[in-house]
Design a protein. Structure first.
Length: 257
């Protein structure tokens, strides 16, 4: 039996990445000249790291363009404003064949409208098609690293991101005067309110120099929820019936983010 590396086909952000990602994988398997298309979903609730966030944000410009929000007379200032008021919520990937980007745009206060591109293929003649695929490639690479727990988010970036998303001006102001211990304690408080279980090594000494979340060994313990179906592609005339086999969710101790 030949097994290929599982392929990411969809990335969905939770609360703009603050509550992590929901990633859909497809990894075909072959047995006895029959192809099994195995699809499953993995969820990780750790806040996404800066590299992944930046690469996802690079897609906002293309989302707005494909949805018709740009015209020939739009100014750079107006374009930058629209980008700032837009966030990506989902990316659907079909290898190098097509892509679909979904997001939300702020309209009034904290209210957003949903916007989405169609399935964009090379044959559609979109002039930035190859550029978008390159950005998506980076997004996929960063996502693999994130899901494996290899990329980390430091406390300072986490608090800044949380305060910005929640429009918490008080936290933004307090953050400037926080010690690293206060930052750690605030991160713990926020994560626990999000439903996380945070483990802290109390024997670790914390100074005021470049402290990161993994330095103080914050961990979230959570189950990885798998939603899976296995579809068997069978030639016409075969008397073999397709099987639908659910995978049992497995408890998982996530590494520190």
């Amino acid at each position: 039996m030949t097994k290929t590396v599982k392929q990411i086909t969809k990335i969905r952000l939770k609360d703009d990445g603050l509550k992590g990602l929901e990633v859909t994988y497809m990894h075909p398997q072959e047995k006895d000249n029959l192809i099994w298309n195995n699809e499953h979903i993995e969820k990780r609730r750790h806040p996404i790291h800066t590299g992944l966030e930046n690469s996802i944000n690079d897609l906002r410009n293309f989302l707005l363009e494909l949805c018709g929000y740009y015209n020939e007379t739009i100014s750079v200032m107006h374009k930058d404003y629209l980008i700032e008021e837009t966030k990506i919520t989902e990316v659907v990937i079909n290898g190098a064949t097509s892509f679909k980007i979904s997001g939300e745009m702020r309209t009034l206060g904290d209210k957003f409208i949903k916007i989405s591109t169609p399935d964009v293929e090379a044959a559609d003649g979109y002039e930035h098609f190859e550029t978008v695929l390159k950005v998506i490639t980076t997004v996929v690479e960063e996502t693999h690293e994130y899901m494996a727990g290899k990329k980390k988010l430091d406390e300072a970036e986490f608090l800044k991101k949380f305060a910005k998303l929640k429009n918490d001006d008080v936290l933004i102001k307090e953050f400037k005067d926080m010690s690293n211990k206060e930052k750690r304690d605030k991160c713990t408080e926020i994560l626990e309110k999000m439903g996380a279980v945070v483990l802290i090594n109390d024997e670790l000494e914390i100074d005021d120099v470049n402290v990161q979340i993994e330095d103080v060994q914050l961990e979230i313990i959570e189950p990885v929820v798998l939603e899976s179906t296995e579809t068997l592609n069978i030639e016409e005339g075969s008397d073999v019936e397709p099987l639908n086999i659910p995978l049992t969710p497995t408890a998982f101790k996530a590494p520190a983010f």
